[in-house]
Write a protein that binds this ligand. Structure first.
Ligand SMILES: C[S@@+](CC[C@H](N)C(=O)[O-])C[C@H]1O[C@@H](n2cnc3c(N)ncnc32)[C@H](O)[C@@H]1O
Length: 229
């Protein structure tokens, strides 16, 4: 008689697989709401490992939903929210009209985030950097950031650039976490490849702290001395 495995994973979305195999639910049974809840749980587990009261940044903020979670769980000394909230033309002929509509949409979302964070901005706990991550990161001192969440440009080139620009700005023992650590979005294997290559190029300078569904967190290791070897 042929051997039949007990569990068959039918979806290949990593976020679903990790969570649903444990819960013995078929991934296809998850609703959008359940997927969102799982993602929130995974991100919460990462945030619970971040030391309280440090300097944090979020690259890619959108409506500021995760920014609120960072504030609630980590209670940072300071949180910089980095996002251009800008529509980029893609050369489509309809852009002349839809581009303007999109521009207004981004403007509205930016205003909404500023309003949602107004109390924290007022007391100096939150700053909003309405710009691309490369120019924003250039304004930080080296060794100044305790926690960074990267969720901006998901292309291979975008994640490589964010990591290269961010790494020197991180304190030793600082934590860098990423969303969408999987291959099933428009970015293909870009996020995975950029992270894995970075670890490969810095084999003694960072370590994988945790993977929770489609979230991954790295920690920056202090310089390795001969005495430790
Ligand atoms: C997936 S959304 C972020 C969602 C948010 N982190 C959350 O969990 O609620 C991606 C955001 O990245 C922003 N973005 C894209 N490229 C960026 C870049 N180079 N620097 C900063 N933000 C960028 C987009 O404007 C968009 O708001």
């Amino acid at each position: 008689m042929a051997f039949k495995p007990k569990i068959t994973v039918v979806s290949h979305h990593q976020n679903d697989v990790a969570e649903t195999v444990a819960a013995s639910i078929q991934p296809t049974e998850l609703t959008k709401k359940q997927k969102r809840q799982l993602k929130n749980q995974n991100r919460k587990r990462i945030l619970e490992c971040v030391p309280k009261g440090g300097v944090c940044i979020e690259i890619g903020v959108w409506r500021g939903n995760f920014s609120r979670q960072i504030l609630d769980i980590v209670n940072p000394l300071h949180l910089a929210l980095i996002d251009p909230w800008q529509h980029f033309e893609d050369g489509d002929k309809t852009e002349a009209f839809s581009g303007r509509t999109q521009e207004q949409r981004f403007e509205d979302i930016y205003t909404e985030v500023c309003q949602k964070m107004s109390a924290e901005i007022e007391r100096g706990q939150v700053s909003i950097m309405r710009e691309m991550s490369d120019t924003a990161l250039a304004q930080f001192e080296d060794q100044s950031i305790d926690f960074a969440y990267i969720d901006g440009d998901h292309s291979y080139e975008g994640v490589c650039a964010d990591l290269a620009n961010l790494f020197p700005k991180m304190k030793d023992e600082g934590i860098i976490a990423f969303d969408d650590y999987h291959r099933f979005g428009w970015w293909g294997d870009g996020v995975l490849r950029a992270i894995h290559e970075f670890i490969g190029r810095h084999p003694t300078q960072c370590r994988i702290l945790m993977v929770e569904g489609a979230q991954i967190a790295l920690s920056k290791l202090p310089p390795h001395t001969e005495a430790q070897a």
